[in-house]
Design a protein around this ligand. Structure first.
Ligand SMILES: [Zn+2]
Length: 652
């Protein structure tokens, strides 16, 4: 029995419950009547159960007599006591017959087919149980990185499997990159109109219609995606830089399936038909002028018959003024190009050399905006390939004059946004977050996850959590972020680790884009925080593991908190014996210092001590404002390997 069937069976929980209770109703908020209602103590006749798809389709009942009911197999064993000794796989097999679960969704096989077809895929957002079906359908079709989804395009089986395992959907990117053309037919009526034009080719069923695939054809090079709704066809052609949602993604409870046919060449007549529709559509959209404009842009030709007049005699001054205005924001080279371009508008254009000499004169009126150039310099310095540069190098790569570069650098130095090391400049990693952070009241207006019960925290607090290598520091960091997000706070994660492990763990916990901000930094010690923000560093380490530098680093972080307030939670590595590298330093600066540990189990048969990663705990060594009267306490936690959730044993 395949592992895939077991997972698919879990997603049939609603169907299974309906099979047991044909009258079962699932309301708008996804709540339904508990199958074990009879054991409820104070039942008020309202639905109490809900399925959590992102957590293995587990069911939770809000009545205190029930609590977590488990997944489809757990519920099956309770409802069918005779079969309670069956293994999950055996129950899955039993249910596949009972509920007519299709078995052809062998994810590995499917991904192999995608791989062998040369497809490029992207990850899409997971289902969110707190949203309505309609909102979810939209969400499940959205790429996890929003606008910047193209960054994730890849042809990598292992990555695709990671995405599927993390509960994410898959999008097939069309066009040259995957060598496919995609036609998305959204209604039966349109399909009826189109079916005679469509040949035998690879196709996928969706809830409303079908996706057809054909081999890519260079006649579609200019097409991104084009909708034919206005022309009476509920369909879209998708080519370059457009994607469709593909199996095994489930949208609105519908598992997409392929017909298993080969991708063929698009029939000539269909191609002509579609390209004609595209032409009509683009004419409709852009009217007739658009082609002319496109051509004019390409040829840098305004196509004006007479050209602009009225500057006669004043042309020189007007052009120098215009150049001066442009120079506020643009480099001399760009200004020259702009002036040459505008020149073509004139009825009597000036000659090339005249404009060239104007550009020389322009330096007299030097009043460029150094803030804009400063921004450009910072962007330049934050490039992985640059990091350090001297004024001369920047002059060459940014196309500005030496004087301008020096003036902008001077400004950046005053603003403490760069440091000078010898002749080189280095950016001080002031992070440009993508969204404004919600303002947090002072003092710290929220409960700190895991520790808020035991210690009081002021605005501007620092928490240090130590963990041994490989004991799930990143899992802890993402759980902390999830808890903040649940409180309506969008924390900022500075990660010093390579790879995207945190993203996968976050997705598994149900975190979405915009829930938190992250920045990968080589060295988290010289960053600048934002005001009143929750910052999490995973993990804090001195450059080159030079722990003698730690005092400077801690002082810097503390200065950041004094200046910007908010909360900093830094995860640090500890020695194998569980001690900190610089305990006094951490105790001095932090409001709370703790280690995160696995419990050790003794196996009496093998006489070995083994780690129990489920029963985890925090051990505090310092609590500045303890609510429990002591500094040293053990806080038991539980790590659930399936859901990746770390919860307080005391209940939270
Ligand atoms: Zn119940």
């Amino acid at each position: 029995m395949s592992k895939e069937l077991k997972n698919i069976a879990k997603s049939y929980i609603h169907e299974y419950l309906k099979y047991n209770n044909p009258n079962l109703k699932i309301n708008k908020t996804q709540l339904f009547e508990c199958p074990f209602k009879h054991i409820h103590k104070d039942d008020i006749g309202k639905p109490t159960c809900k399925v959590y798809p992102q957590f293995g389709y587990k069911v939770t009942c809000y009545n205190s007599a029930c609590g977590e009911l488990g997944n489809i197999f757990d519920i099956f064993r309770r409802l069918e006591p005779d079969m309670k000794h069956l293994k999950d796989e055996e129950i899955a097999d039993y249910l596949s017959h009972l509920l007519d679960i299709k078995q052809d969704e062998d994810v590995d096989k499917l991904l192999d087919v995608y791989y062998n077809s040369g497809f490029h895929l992207i990850p899409l957002c997971a289902n969110d149980p707190s949203k309505t079906d309609k909102e979810n359908a939209k969400l499940q079709k959205s790429p996890i990185q929003g606008e910047s989804w193209k960054k994730n395009i890849c042809h990598d089986l292992r990555k695709w499997k990671e995405w599927v395992d993390a509960g994410l959907g898959l999008g097939l990117v069309g066009g040259k990159i995957s060598n496919v053309l995609l036609l998305d037919i959204d209604s039966d009526v349109t399909y009826e109109k189109m079916k005679d034009r469509i040949n035998d080719t690879s196709a996928q069923d969706t809830k409303q219609g079908k996706h057809f695939l054909w081999e890519y054809d260079s006649d579609f090079d200019d097409i991104n995606h084009c909708n034919f709704r206005k022309q009476g066809y509920e369909m879209e052609i998708r080519a370059n830089n457009a994607y469709i949602v593909v199996a095994p993604t489930v949208v609105e409870g519908y598992i997409r399936t392929w017909n298993g046919k080969k991708i063929t060449k698009m029939p000539k007549e269909l191609k002509k038909f579609l390209l004609d529709l595209v032409k009509k559509e683009s004419k409709k959209e852009e009217k007739k002028e658009s082609d002319g404009i496109r051509e004019a842009i390409e040829n840098e030709n305004f196509n004006i018959e007479d050209g602009l007049r009225g500057l006669d005699g004043n042309c020189n001054d007007t052009w120098i003024t215009l150049g001066g205005i442009l120079r506020k924001k643009m480099s001399p080279k760009k200004v020259e190009w702009a002036l040459q371009t505008f020149n073509k508008l004139l009825a009597d254009p000036m000659d090339y050399h005249q404009i060239k000499s104007m550009c020389y004169q322009l330096s007299k009126y030097d009043n460029f905006d150094k803030k804009d150039l400063a921004k450009e310099i910072l962007e330049h310095l934050s490039l992985e390939s640059v990091r350090f540069a001297n004024a001369f190098e920047m002059e060459k790569s940014l196309g500005h004059t030496k004087k301008e570069i020096e003036s902008a650098l001077d400004y950046l130095l005053k603003e403490e946004k760069v440091v000078k090391v010898g002749r080189n400049f280095k950016a001080l990693n002031k992070i440009e977050w993508e969204t404004d952070f919600m303002s947090i009241g002072k003092p710290l207006g929220f409960e700190v996850p895991y520790f808020g019960k035991f210690n009081k925290f002021d605005d501007g607090s620092m928490i240090i959590i130590g963990g041994r290598s490989g004991t799930g520091k990143t899992h802890l960091a993402m759980n902390i972020i999830k808890k903040f997000v649940d409180m309506g706070i969008n924390p900022k994660l500075l990660t010093t680790e390579a790879g995207s492990k945190f993203g996968m763990i976050g997705a598994n916990l149900g975190l979405k884009i915009d829930d938190y901000f992250f920045k990968r930094v080589a060295d988290a010690t010289n960053v600048e925080f934002d005001d009143d923000s929750v910052t999490i560093i995973d993990w804090l380490k001195p450059p080159n593991s030079d722990y003698s530098k730690l005092d400077t680093i801690m002082e810097n972080l503390n200065n950041q908190l004094v200046k910007h307030r908010g909360l900093l939670i830094a995860l640090v590595q500890i020695r194998k014996d569980g001690t900190f590298f610089a305990p006094d330093l951490f105790d001095f600066y932090a409001s709370l210092v703790a280690t995160y540990n696995w419990t050790q189990k003794y196996n009496s048969q093998t006489k070995e001590t083994v780690a129990d990663s489920t029963n985890t705990y925090f051990q505090t060594s310092k609590m500045r404002d303890s609510k429990v009267g002591v500094q040293w306490i053990k806080i038991p936690t539980k790590f659930d390997k399936d859901t990746k959730i770390i919860s307080l044993r005391t209940g939270e």
